[in-house]
Design a binder for this molecule. Structure first.
Ligand SMILES: Nc1nc2c(ncn2[C@@H]2O[C@H](COP(=O)(O)OP(=O)(O)OP(=O)(O)O)[C@@H](O)[C@H]2O)c(=O)[nH]1
Ligand SMILES: [Mg+2]
Length: 288
């Protein structure tokens, strides 16, 4: 299987070469190959030239935009270029460790999962500021409450997907709302998200971290907004959007009554909008 590793970068001159080297060397599950896609949009610190050198050498697929449009836009551009069977998101800094790839990809390669998140909180995150811990906790709790997700780390950057799912999702994120948007949409469409523990070494603003408090609020609003949006807008195509083999939600142990209204709401939307896909979805989600 081919794994497309999408690296959004913006002014990461200090870390980019090292990240790329670690991505290149990272072991994958048996039988997997890598496609590395780097999306820079408007770096002004020399990162763009660095990437151009690698593109010329033929070791990565690169994309460069003149203006800066945000991490979400970059990830969407990366998804459009990805030709792999699996897509994995990698940041252009050293907070995450590519040696965790094998662990993240294994369940997808084995066919037991469609979507896997690397959870920093199932591992031992190093150096994460208290305010970031609180923000992560709030976002995860909101995702679990609104989408019946049972996650421990919704906002993790290490997310891997069977590529067909991402190609069919209609994403609109621009900045850091990729995480809440994708979580919301895949859950609304009935996919189960698996988690595996990963390591994490936080960096601060002085080291080039770009996410800000504003992005936390935007992420929370994104989770709420997509709970309220009709889910027929989430997929590019209708009944053909997801393969019959998709792993539909099997999360049956949470109190069903908490979820009666969204389940019923979704059932009617799915019955109305997704025709033949509605039956398996409904059986799995609303039966005990
Ligand atoms: N192409 C592109 N990449 C960006 C932009 N903003 C941030 N990034 C990249 O996104 C990655 C994550 O940015 P960070 O500032 O480390 O933020 P973070 O807290 O790790 O954010 P998340 O991983 O999204 O939770 C890094 O590789 C950044 O270079 C942007 O505007 N454009
Ligand atoms: Mg980062």
């Amino acid at each position: 299987m081919k794994v497309s590793i999408i690296i959004p970068v913006y002014n990461e001159f200090r870390t980019f070469n090292q990240v790329l080297e670690r991505v290149r060397l990272a072991p994958l599950p048996d039988g997997c190959s890598k496609e590395i896609i780097v999306i820079d949009d408007g770096s002004t610190d020399g990162t763009a030239q660095m990437i151009a050198g690698h593109v010329r050498a033929g070791d990565i697929v690169g994309h460069h935009s003149i203006g800066n449009s945000g991490k979400g836009t970059a990830i969407r551009a990366g998804i459009a270029l990805a030709s792999g069977d699996i897509v994995l998101i990698q940041d252009g800094d050293l907070e995450y460790d590519p040696d965790d790839y094998a662990r993240i990809l294994e369940p997808i390669v084995a066919g037991t999962a469609d979507i896997v998140y690397g959870s920093r909180f199932l591992g031992r995150p190093v150096g994460m500021a208290t305010r970031n811990r609180i923000a992560n906790w709030i976002l995860t709790a909101a995702a679990n409450l609104l989408y019946r997700a049972r996650l421990t780390d919704e906002a993790t950057a290490y997310k891997a997907f069977r590529a067909s799912i991402l190609h069919e999702l209609d994403l609109t994120c621009r900045r850091f709302e990729f995480c809440p948007e994708v979580t919301a949409k895949v859950r609304r469409l009935g996919f189960r998200i698996w988690e595996v523990p990963i390591s994490y070494n936080a960096r601060g603003i002085a080291d080039g971290k770009k996410i800000r408090a504003r992005d936390g609020f935007e992420a929370l609003w994104t989770l709420v907004k997509h709970r309220l949006t009709p889910c027929e807008t989430f997929a590019r195509t209708r009944a053909a959007a997801f393969p019959a083999a998709a792993v539909w939600s099997q999360n049956k142990s949470l109190p069903a009554q908490c979820w009666r209204w969204p389940a019923e709401g979704l059932r009617s939307i799915v019955l109305e909008r997704f025709g033949s896909l509605s039956a398996p979805w409904h059986r799995r989600v609303s039966s005990k």
